[in-house]
Ligand binder design. Structure first.
Ligand code: DHE
Length: 517
């Protein structure tokens, strides 16, 4: 760690301190380190490394240093720092370290905090614990818990900075786990309404997944290139995979998913053409003794059956794939090519690629929904760069319809009891406030809604019955709007701070086909 800190300071020095320009290293230590850590790896504020900040950009970083970030504890420094100093700091946080920062077993273990609450027999509130909504408010980094029958908030607490991906629930619906972009994993007790454990499992994290028996929690990291498996009871470390392909090429982990029917985790690797399957059962399932197609050798080879808990199976693919959609029995996955123009179907039992689906406009498969129509299981996925939704028949993996929408969208949602899919146009410039309702039979848009004109609107979640749909107005002064899912009448509007995702406990623990897992 000392080497890393020294490299930051040395870089700042080389960048200009020697020539009478602002000393970014010293400025960082006095202005930024108290919140972001002297090593830039984060403290109460997030880590400040290019890989974490990629989407902000240098100009965005200057703007945040100058004016602060609304609804966070990040204040502006315009009155204390001149322009040159602000630019020097932004350049420093976008400077790659000479040595990669270390976040191994020792650092992870040292970050763990346990805060167990009192033993209780039942929830401390009267609401149906299986019909709660967990709402991630990304504006001011809070989580709200809503009663899913009355749509009344029953609790709100400060979360870690920048939660991302869906929270994961234990099968009884009692505990929920959150992952933040800067590596923190939080375990929250929905009965006592308390955080009971936290640990920082990475520096730049993608998402988390919970095993079928809720005993193991996997954390997918970009930085370092690790997949960390935690004991879901107390968040202690069970195993750390240093992620690399058979040739030893290291890779970021794009995401990790739970595959309950297979009793395994499935991981998407960003930089190498492999999909990983990790057994979450001590008696590894038969699939781990199956066959896998090796592109490198151009042959089907018997898997050297790695057996037992956390046994690793590598499925080689023709190119790196990420952002997976799974069919309901987890036999096949669809993975997006990084080229953004097609998706590949991989049969997880045989480890073979069985179809290629042309999909221009960058499909966002993680938001896909599936349903039965005329005896066929269909899958719909939005596209991040085009106002289109692809509908695929899983019988032959052919695209049977392309639905034109008001603009590129991010999320789709439906429910077993609803004849409709709700689709946003979140990524559109002009139509970011539109939500289209699609008939699952005709595949036609039957209604276009505009819940808050001019405001970014996206991400829908149904209640457990499917009678109500909750829509996010994704703004700092945003809201959750509750709709009757049949008449489309507004029932209630709850002010929220950029309500990113909302998750119904029942729909999550029953793996509803209309929601993400
Ligand atoms: Fe997400 C889920 C990846 C940008 C909000 N996002 C996911 C998942 C993946 C993913 C793999 C599924 C994980 C899970 O639920 O366990 N997201 C990516 C990206 O690669 C992408 C495009 C770029 C990136 O920077 O990571 C990306 N995502 C965003 C955003 O910009 C969003 C809109 C705002 C934010 O918080 O960063 C965003 N992503 C979400 C949300 C979910 C999500 C709300 C959970 C959806 C759900 O209903 O389950």
């Amino acid at each position: 760690m000392k080497r890393w800190l020294a490299s930051c300071i040395a870089l700042a020095f080389l960048a200009g301190a020697a020539h009478g320009e602002p000393d970014a290293g010293a400025l960082f230590q006095s202005k930024c380190a108290p919140c972001h850590g002297g090593d830039r790896l984060g403290a109460i504020g997030p880590a400040l490394l290019p890989d974490n900040l990629g989407r902000l950009g240098v100009a965005g970083a200057e703007q945040v240093i100058r004016n602060g970030r609304e609804a966070t504890q990040m204040r502006g420094f315009a009155s204390e720092l001149d322009d040159a100093s602000i630019k020097a700091l932004a350049a420093l946080v976008y400077t790659k370290p000479m040595a990669k920062p270390v976040w191994g077993a020792a650092e992870i273990a040292a970050s763990r905090v346990l805060t167990p609450g009192p033993a209780v027999e039942k929830p401390v509130y009267a609401a149906d614990p299986l019909n709660l909504f967990v709402v991630v408010e990304s504006g001011d980094h809070h989580v709200s818990i809503l009663d899913g029958d009355t749509f009344t908030p029953i609790y709100r607490f400060a979360s870690r900075f920048a939660l991302h991906g869906g929270p994961k629930f234990t099968r009884d619906g009692r505990y929920v786990f959150f992952g933040s972009r800067d590596g923190w994993v939080t375990k929250f007790d929905l009965w006592t309404l308390r955080v009971v454990a936290e640990i920082r499992a990475g520096i730049n994290t993608r998402n988390i997944a919970l095993s079928k028996d809720a005993k193991h929690l996997a954390v997918a990291n970009y930085l370092p290139n690790t997949l960390v498996v935690l004991n879901a009871e107390d968040l202690s470390i069970e195993k750390i995979f240093e992620v690399a392909d058979r040739k030893g090429r290291s890779s970021r982990v794009s995401a990790v998913y739970q595959a309950p029917q297979r009793d395994s985790f499935i991981a998407a690797l960003k930089d190498v053409p492999e999909i990983w399957e990790i057994a979450t059962n001590a008696g590894a399932p038969p699939v781990f003794t199956g066959f896998v197609h090796s592109y490198e050798k151009g042959m089907v080879e018997a898997l050297a059956a790695s057996q037992g808990l956390f046994a690793l199976r590598r499925i080689e693919t023709s190119e790196p794939l990420d952002d997976f959609f799974f069919d309901p029995d987890y036999r096949n996955l669809i993975g997006a090519s990084r080229k953004g123009d097609h998706a590949v179907v991989v049969n997880l039992n045989t480890g073979r690629e069985i179809a290629d689906i042309p999909m221009p406009g960058m499909p966002h498969l993680g938001s896909g929904v599936s349903w039965m129509r005329d005896g066929h299981r269909l899958v719909a996925t939005p596209h991040l760069k085009e106002g289109k939704i692809s509908v695929i028949d899983t019988a032959d993996w052919k695209t049977i319809a392309t639905i034109d929408t008001a603009g590129p969208g991010f999320f789709l949602r439906s429910h077993e009891n609803s004849p409709y899919i709700w689709a946003d146009s979140f990524m559109s410039r002009q139509n970011k406030d539109k939500v289209q309702i699609i008939d699952k039979e005709t595949l036609k848009i039957v209604r276009v809604m505009q819940p808050a004109p001019g405001k970014t609107t996206g991400h829908v979640e149904f209640d457990r019955s499917g009678r109500h749909a909750l829509v996010s107005v994704w703004e700092m002064d945003g809201a959750i709007i509750v709709y009757d899912a049949t008449t489309f009448q507004e029932i209630k509007r709850l002010p929220m701070s950029k309500p990113a995702g909302k998750y119904n406990v029942f729909n999550k623990i029953t793996f509803s086909e209309g929601t993400s897992h």
